[in-house]
Write a protein that binds this ligand. Structure first.
Ligand code: GLU
Length: 309
């Protein structure tokens, strides 16, 4: 059995030495200040063992990784009727593309592109003021991570609100088709705030454990979703979790994963481990450049690809 902690250290050391780091996202001004030299990796194995490397205890902006948790919550609230509001197909377009949305009459392709995540946020909002919906999202993530110190970075939320013209365009467009039911401002405000949740790699890896273990946290025995639902969320992460870089991620890493423009990736090795990696520099699809390379190394050395060894 390969030594997980040793492998994690070797990968973190290699990533610290590399100078091909990609580019930090600048379209959300607050994210532009993040040091591109940061790198963190945390792996929680099935028996609860934690292996950490680099800056795995520094909080970073999880951004679109929050969409995994909002999807889980919305499925809990709406069940399969959620799929009348959002599709399940990879988009093949940029994460914030508006073109496809027009062709498909305001129904987003999947819950992980921005338009789809806005529709999911609208489902969570239904009947609640934004503050309550946001409270529910934060409580759920804290519960999944078993850690009440997870917080919302208000400066990132404000920064995105001030510059989120494209998300506002997507939301207004969907509203015009009747896909959003709540006021556009409520949906955007809740969305910007859940994207602004900050977590460490360790917290994120812990929060993803239910996806690696058939919907349950193996430590507490607590069931968060059914095994079938966990399997389906993993399927969506594999096919749609990296926008139009999802094929490349599946090809190279072979694990369900969800990235965010803060440079984080949550990846799931079913039955084996929950993994979080963070390196702020992004590739041209908006996914963490070194994060993907680190996961490729880890999956190969641990023989964790879901497609075989
Ligand atoms: N909050 C970001 C946005 O809406 C999320 C994008 C991402 O992480 O991919 O643009």
């Amino acid at each position: 059995m390969p030594d997980l902690q040793e492998i994690v250290h070797e990968i973190a050391d290699e990533m610290a030495r590399r100078d091909d780091r990609g580019d930090v996202a600048t379209y959300i001004p607050e994210l532009a200040h993040v040091d591109p030299a940061r790198f963190g990796l945390a792996v929680v194995a099935a028996d609860g063992t934690l292996a950490c490397g680099g800056d795995c205890d520094l909080p970073f902006s999880i951004q679109s990784i929050s969409k995994v948790f909002t999807l889980t919550l919305a499925l809990g609230l709406a069940g399969d009727s959620l799929w009348r509001r959002v599709g399940r197909e990879p988009s093949g377009n940029a994460f914030n593309s508006i073109v496809q949305l027009e062709l498909e009459k305001g129904v987003p392709r999947n819950p992980f592109i921005n338009a789809g995540a806005l529709a999911v946020t609208d489902v969570i909002l239904s009947g609640h003021p934004p503050r309550e919906a946001l409270g529910e999202i934060l409580r759920f993530i804290r519960f999944a991570a078993q850690d009440d110190s997870v917080f919302i970075d208000e400066s990132v939320a404000r920064s995105e609100k001030a510059t989120g013209f494209r998300n506002a365009a997507l939301a207004n467009f969907m509203k015009s088709f009747g896909v959003l039911r709540n006021p556009v401002d409520f949906v955007l405000g809740t969305y910007f705030h859940h994207c602004a949740i900050a977590m460490t790699c360790e917290q994120l890896a812990r929060a993803g454990r239910f996806l690696a273990h058939s919907g349950r946290n193996p430590d507490t025995g607590c069931s968060i979703v059914s095994a079938e639902r966990a399997r389906r969320i993993n399927a969506l992460m594999l096919t749609c979790g990296h926008y139009d870089g999802s094929g490349e991620f599946a090809y190279r890493v072979g694990l369900p994963g969800k990235s965010g423009v803060g440079g984080g990736i949550l990846a799931v090795a079913p039955g084996q481990a929950s993994i979080a990696v963070w390196s702020p520099g992004l590739d041209e699809s908006g996914n963490s450049h070194l994060g993907r390379i680190a996961l490729e190394r880890l999956a190969r050395r641990m023989k964790w690809s879901i497609f075989g060894q």
